[in-house]
Design a protein around this ligand. Structure first.
Ligand SMILES: [Zn+2]
Length: 414
C-alpha cells in the first residue's frame, strides 16, 4: 500500500447530513476522531460494558499516550510502554480500549502452549505427546488468533506469574507444570496497573521474561521452558510509590500522562463517558467505522514495519544526541529507532526521517538519565587512573623466585 486514502463517511443524526472526511494516515484518523462531536444518546439498560470496551479513538486528548500504545501494537520491539500519571487520567481505560484494535497472531492450539518453535529449537520431547504426534503427521500446532489483553492482578503471587507444579497431572514433564501468566501472555499484551506496588521478585521475573522472550520453570527435577514474547504495558501513579530506576530503564516508551487542561476538553471527555455509561452499544457504534479503519491501518503497518529502513546519516546524529544527553543505556536508541520505524510504518513509508525521530524522541529518551550512575562513574575515574598507572610499570622489574603468599595459595590448589 503506497498511498492510504481512507475516506470515511459518517452519519450525524440531526440534521441528517453526511460528512465526508479524508484521512491521510493513522495519526490523522486518531486526531480527527478525538475531536468528533457526538449526537445525543438514548439510555439503555442491561448491556455488559466489559464486552464493549470504551472506544480507543473516543478518548479525548492524551495524544502521546495513544501514540505510544499504537506504536507498541505496530512494533512489539519498542520494548514495552510505561504510563506515568495521577489517577483518573484514563490510563487503564486507554489500555483496555485497545481490545478492538488488536491484530491477529499465530497461536498454539494446545492447552500446554506447545509451539513448533519449541520442537525446532529443543526437540520433540519439549512438547506434549499429542502435539508431538500432530507435528509428526505434519499437522499445524497453531492457528490465527486475536492478540489478547492479559491483566496481571495486583495480588498475583510469583507462582501464578511463572507457573508451578500441578500435582494431579500426568507424567509428561510439560504437563506437570501449570502455565503461569507469563506463558499465557505470549504474543499478547500484558498489562500491569500500579506496577510500582508489585513485589520486586515478581517485577524482576516479568522484566527478564519480557527481555528474553522465553523463561524456564524448574521445580526439583521437573523443568519446562515457555515463550514469553509479549508487549508489556505498565501504569503507575508516582504519588503511591516510586519505581526502582533499573525497572524504569527496562521500559521502552515512557509517557507522562497529565489531566486534560482545557475546560472544553474536560467537558467533552465527561460527555463521552456519560454517553458510554448510558448506552454503551450506541456510543461504541458511533466509532465503529473509524475503529475498523484504525485496526486495518495497524495491521498494514505491522506487516510493513519490518521493511522500514533507518539510514545511517540519520542514525549517527541520533546516537550522538543520546550521548550528549548523558544516557548510558543502549535501550535508549533501540527504543527510539524501533518506535520511529513504527511511526514511519503507520504513515505507510519505508524510510525513517528526522521528523519521525523527533516525534517519538521524548517518549523514548525521557527519564533515562541516572544521577547516581554519573556520580558513581565520576568517582570510579580516580580508581581507573590509579589502575592504569600501576599497569604502566607492571612487569618492568620482574621479581624472580619470590613467591607471595597469594601465588603460593594459587599454585597449591592446582
Ligand atoms: Zn501440546
Amino acid at each position: 500500500m503506497t498511498e492510504p486514502e481512507l475516506t470515511h463517511t459518517e452519519e450525524k443524526s440531526e440534521p441528517k447530513e453526511r460528512v465526508a472526511h479524508a484521512f491521510r494516515n493513522l495519526r490523522e484518523l486518531v486526531d480527527y476522531v478525538a475531536g468528533k462531536s457526538l449526537p445525543p444518546l438514548t439510555p439503555e439498560d442491561g448491556v455488559l460494558t466489559e464486552s464493549l470496551p470504551f472506544p480507543f479513538l473516543a478518548i479525548v486528548g492524551q495524544q502521546e499516550m495513544k501514540l505510544a500504545l499504537l506504536l507498541g501494537l505496530i512494533n512489539p520491539n519498542v520494548g514495552g510502554i510505561l504510563l506515568i500519571g495521577p489517577r483518573g487520567t484514563a490510563k487503564t481505560t486507554a489500555v483496555r480500549s485497545l481490545l478492538d484494535l488488536l491484530p491477529e497472531v499465530e497461536r498454539s492450539t494446545c492447552f500446554y502452549g506447545c509451539l513448533p518453535e519449541d520442537i525446532e529449537s529443543s526437540g520433540i520431547t519439549t512438547v506434549c505427546p499429542d502435539c508431538a504426534k500432530k507435528y509428526g503427521e505434519g499437522q499445524p500446532l497453531t492457528a490465527p488468533d486475536k492478540v489478547r489483553l492479559i491483566e496481571l492482578p495486583l495480588n498475583a503471587k510469583l507462582e501464578d506469574v511463572v507457573g508451578g507444579i500441578d500435582e494431579r497431572s500426568a507424567a509428561h514433564e510439560r504437563m506437570r507444570i501449570r502455565r503461569g501468566i507469563l506463558a499465557q501472555a505470549d504474543r499478547n499484551l500484558l498489562y500491569i496497573d500500579e506496577i510500582n506496588l508489585l513485589g520486586d521478585d515478581i517485577v524482576d521475573s516479568i522484566l527478564d521474561a519480557a527481555a528474553q522472550g522465553s523463561y524456564s520453570v524448574r521445580r526439583g527435577s521437573i523443568a519446562a521452558t515457555y515463550r514469553s514474547r509479549f508487549v508489556l504495558i505498565g501504569s503507575m501513579n508516582p504519588e503511591e510509590g516510586r519505581l526502582r530506576p533499573q525497572i524504569l530503564d527496562r521500559f521502552g516508551l515512557r509517557v507522562i500522562v497529565r489531566g486534560l487542561e482545557e475546560a472544553e476538553e474536560r467537558l467533552e471527555a465527561y460527555r463521552r463517558v456519560q454517553a458510554y455509561l448510558a448506552n454503551p452499544r450506541q456510543m461504541t457504534g458511533q466509532f465503529s467505522a473509524e475503529m475498523e479503519a484504525a485496526a486495518d491501518e495497524i495491521r498494514n503497518a505491522r506487516e510493513q514495519v519490518g521493511k522500514v529502513v533507518l539510514p545511517d546519516e540519520i542514525a549517527n546524529p541520533a546516537i550522538e544526541l543520546v550521548q550528549r544527553m548523558g544516557i548510558d543505556s543502549l535501550r535508549a536508541e533501540i527504543t527510539w529507532f524501533e518506535s520511529a520505524r513504527a511511526y514511519a510504518a503507520a504513515d505507510a513509508r519505508k524510510e525513517v526521517t528526522i521528523e519521525d525521530l523527533k516525534a517519538v524522541a521524548p517518549m523514548a529518551l525521557r527519564l533515562r538519565r541516572s544521577p547516581f550512575m554519573s556520580e558513581y562513574l565520576k568517582g570510579q575515574l580516580g580508581e581507573e587512573k590509579e589502575l592504569s598507572s600501576l599497569l604502566g610499570s607492571f612487569g618492568e622489574k620482574p621479581s624472580r623466585n619470590r613467591q607471595t603468599k597469594r601465588t603460593k595459595r594459587l599454585t597449591k590448589k592446582t
